[in-house]
Design a protein around this ligand. Structure first.
Ligand SMILES: Nc1ncnc2c1ncn2[C@@H]1O[C@H](COP(=O)(O)OP(=O)(O)OP(=O)(O)O)[C@@H](O)[C@H]1O
Length: 331
C-alpha cells in the first residue's frame, strides 16, 4: 500500500449511467466511499452491481464521473488498485502458488506469494493445480490475485461466491484486517448477511438505481419493520385459517407470521394457537434484517428468489392498526 490521501474520497461516483441498448444497467448512480471503509453494494441478479464495479475499475464505458483518490480510474497507478472480477478464470494448469507468483510478478513491488497464500488460507493447497482445487479454493486464489500488489483500494465482485461458510468467515476476517490497516474495500454481494456482517456502510441497488445508503444498523432501524414469529404447520395454512391473536399476522407460503411479538410473549402466542386448533410444527423468531429493508424499499426480496412483497397475504383483521398494505406500518 502506498498510503491514501484521506482528504479525498477513495471512491467518488457522480451521476453514473450505463446503458446497453435499451437496457439501463445504471441510472444516475452517485455515492462515495471513504478511505479505510468497507462498502457493500447489495442487489439481486441484474441490479447493476457488476456494471458499477466495472465502472469503478475503469473496465466499462459510462456517462458521469468516477474518481479513485481523486484520479480517473483509467489513469490511476494500477498498483494502487486490486480488482476481482465476477468471472475470472486463471490458467488451470498452474498451482495456486505459481498463479500468485505470476500475478505478483506483474508489479515492481508485490507481497510475497507465500504470505498471500497464508492470508487466503491456501497454504495446504499451495502446490495443487488450480483445476484440482474446489470451487471455493479457486475463488480464494482469485481473491489472492487481487491482493498481491497490496492495494489501497480493493474492488471485489461477489468475492465469496462458492466459498464454504468457514472459508467465508476467514475471508471476512482478512478483509476486516485489511480495512483496519487502511485498505478501502468495495464489494458486491447478494448475500444480505454478508453485507450486514462485513460492511461499514451498505448501498442497496435496484434496477440500476441506488435506493438507500447507510450503515446496516441505521437502515434496519429506519426500514426493517417489526420482529416476526414464523410458525410452520403440518399442513400449509390458507388466508381463511389465520387465527385472531391480538397481533398483526400474515400468511406467507402457507406459514403463519406474527409480527412484533417480544421473545417473552412467544409462549402466549403458542398457547393461543393451540386454543385455536392450530398445530405448530416449527417455530422461529427473527429480528428485522437488511433483507427486510430491501423488501420494504423495493418490493422485491434479494435472497428469496425474487419474491415480491405483494406475494405475502396480509391478515391483520384482529389488529386495528394493521394495514392492508404491507409496506405501511413500519417506519
Ligand atoms: N455486456 C452486456 N451487454 C448487454 N447487457 C448487459 C451487459 N452487461 C450487463 N448487462 C445488463 O445490465 C444489467 C445489469 O447487469 P449486471 O451484470 O451489472 O447486474 P448484477 O447486479 O451484477 O447481476 P448479477 O448478480 O447476476 O451478476 C442486466 O440487465 C444485464 O443483463
Amino acid at each position: 500500500m502506498v498510503g491514501g490521501d484521506r482528504s479525498v474520497s477513495a471512491i467518488a461516483i457522480e451521476e453514473v449511467r450505463r446503458t446497453y441498448g435499451d437496457t439501463v444497467a445504471l441510472d444516475s448512480v452517485s455515492l462515495s466511499v471513504d478511505a479505510g471503509e468497507i462498502f457493500g453494494l447489495v442487489g439481486p441478479n441484474g441490479a447493476g452491481k457488476t456494471t458499477l464495479a466495472r465502472a469503478i475499475t475503469g473496465t466499462t464505458d459510462y456517462e458521469g464521473t468516477v474518481s479513485l483518490f481523486g484520479e480517473d480510474p483509467r489513469a490511476i497507478d494500477r498498483s494502487r488498485l486490486g480488482s476481482l472480477p465476477q468471472s475470472f478464470s486463471p490458467h488451470e494448469r498452474l498451482t495456486a502458488r505459481e498463479l500468485l507468483e505470476y500475478y505478483a510478478g506483474l508489479y515492481d513491488d508485490a507481497l510475497a506469494p507465500g504470505r498471500v497464500l497464508r492470508d487466503v488460507g491456501l497454504v495446504e493447497s499451495a502446490d495443487t493445480y488450480y483445476e484440482n482445487l474446489s470451487g471455493g479454493q479457486q475463488r480464494r486464489v482469485c481473491v489472492g490475485s487481487a491482493l498481491v500488489n497490496d492495494p489501497d483500494l480493493l474492488v471485489l465482485d461477489e468475492p465469496t461466491t462458492g466459498i464454504d461458510p468457514a472459508g467465508r468467515r476467514q475471508l471476512w476476517n482478512l478483509l476486516e484486517a485489511l480495512a483496519a490497516d487502511g485498505t478501502t474495500i468495495f464489494l458486491t454481494t447478494h448475500d444480505m448477511h454478508e453485507a450486514d456482517r462485513l460492511a461499514d456502510r451498505v448501498g442497496l441497488l435496484a434496477d440500476g438505481s441506488v435506493v438507500a445508503v447507510d450503515t446496516p444498523t441505521a437502515l434496519i432501524d429506519a426500514h426493517g419493520g417489526e420482529s416476526r414469529l414464523t410458525i410452520e404447520t403440518p399442513t400449509p395454512l390458507a388466508e381463511a385459517d389465520a387465527p385472531t391473536l391480538g397481533y398483526r399476522t400474515a400468511i406467507t407460503d402457507g406459514d403463519l407470521r406474527v409480527f412484533d411479538v417480544a421473545p417473552t410473549e412467544i409462549g402466549n402466542v403458542v398457547d393461543a394457537l393451540t386454543e385455536s386448533g392450530i398445530e405448530t410444527e416449527s417455530l422461529s423468531w427473527s429480528e428485522p434484517a437488511l433483507e427486510d429493508v430491501y423488501l420494504e424499499l423495493t418490493g422485491t426480496a434479494v435472497g428469496r428468489g425474487g419474491r415480491r412483497l405483494d406475494d405475502e397475504t396480509e391478515t391483520g383483521a384482529d389488529n386495528p392498526s394493521a394495514s392492508a398494505t404491507p409496506t405501511e406500518g413500519s417506519s
